[in-house]
Write a protein that binds this ligand. Structure first.
Ligand code: UDP
Ligand code: MG
Length: 319
């Protein structure tokens, strides 16, 4: 239904960034207005507790290409991004953080690269010269990046960089849940995307505070487990659980058959540890296969086209 012909949709999740917003909007304009690309800026207010939503509304009133969305409450960065993606109209989608740590000046170069290389679907920023504290940010993130690359087989140096550029059709093919925005390259690779990495600028946060602490490291580990599972078994849960199930059920049945024979020939088997093992293996095997079958039912529901929304929008605030 779009009348406008938008080249670039910039999507930015916003949580308590009132001090950064005016600069942010100005910097995006400075970077994109001279570039020759038409653009829109979709700022998603993720239920900020400060005046971010009001500031956004004020800015949008005098900026036609600024299109804010406001979430009912704080759903987290992933849902905020998805809310932005759902509103994208441009041919290319670019994501940034709202705290000016990424530099909008990098955007035109990323888009030109996408235009010049039709087989690339996505460009991931690489904060080669990252301006964050070493001990609690850079080092954990370096380790995490290595592990993610190893485990998922998607080889990037920097998964956490918010500055990324996509062909919009790719964005429309993936859906983000939980805290999986860090794994977008993995989800994209799963959707068949070709990804490259390009070094981008990075600045220290000058206003506002980071919304995350060191505890996110553990959540990343759990998400990694999930990603590994999703990559391998999402479309065939019966193979994941059923495989293990058969490995238990088969020897279990063997043991039980053997003991049954002994019993028939008059031996007493009631006190044998082997009996316990046999029964346990059979029970666990049956359960795991059942779990796999349940997974298969779930995956069919998962693929139903009409999934429930994971967030709700609210109208703009009264200023
Ligand atoms: N953010 C959000 N919802 C949240 C937490 C963060 O929309 O619940 C936004 C935040 O405003 C920023 C981006 O996500 O634009 C990244 O957050 P932050 O800069 O705090 O993360 P860091 O750069 O420290 O990893
Ligand atoms: Mg930041």
């Amino acid at each position: 239904m779009t009348q406008e012909n938008i080249d670039i949709s910039v999507v930015i999740p916003i949580y308590n960034e009132e001090e950064n917003l005016p600069d942010l909007v100005a910097r995006v304009e400075e970077a994109l207005a001279p570039s020759g690309f038409s653009f829109e800026l979709i700022c998603v207010d993720d239920g900020s507790r400060d005046r971010s939503a009001n500031v956004l509304k004020t800015l949008a009133a005098r900026t036609p290409w600024l299109k804010p969305r406001y979430l009912m409450r704080n759903y987290g960065q992933t849902a905020a991004l998805q809310a932005g993606f759902d509103a994208v109209q441009g041919r290319y989608t670019v994501t940034l953080d709202g705290d000016l740590q990424n530099d909008p000046l990098d955007i035109p170069q990323l888009i030109r690269t996408l235009e010049a290389t039709p087989d690339i679907n996505m460009i991931s920023g690489w904060r080669k010269d990252r301006q964050d504290a070493a001990i609690n940010r850079k080092i954990p993130s370096m380790i995490a990046n290595r592990i993610i690359a190893k485990v998922t087989g998607v080889k990037l140096h920097d998964y956490g960089c918010a500055l990324k550029a996509y062909r919009t059709d790719l964005i429309k093919r993936i859906r983000l849940y939980g805290e999986l925005h860090r794994f977008i390259p993995v989800l994209a690779a799963e959707a068949g995307a070709k990804i490259i990495e390009v070094p981008v600028r990075h600045h220290a946060r000058t206003k506002g505070v980071s919304k995350y602490g060191i505890d996110r490291t553990f959540r990343v580990v759990l998400d990694l487990l999930l990603m590994k599972f999703m990559l391998r078994y999402l479309h065939r849960p019966l193979h994941a659980f059923g495989g293990a199930g058969l490995w238990m059920l088969t020897p279990g049945l063997g043991i039980c058959a053997y003991l049954t024979l002994l019993k028939l020939f008059g031996a007493s088997i009631g006190g044998r540890p082997l009996l316990l093992l046999g029964i346990m293996l059979v029970l666990m095997g049956v359960q795991l296969i059942g779990l796999g079958l349940l997974g298969e039912i779930l995956i069919r529901i998962y693929h139903e086209p009409e999934g429930r929304d994971q967030y709700r929008l609210r109208p703009p605030p009264e200023n």
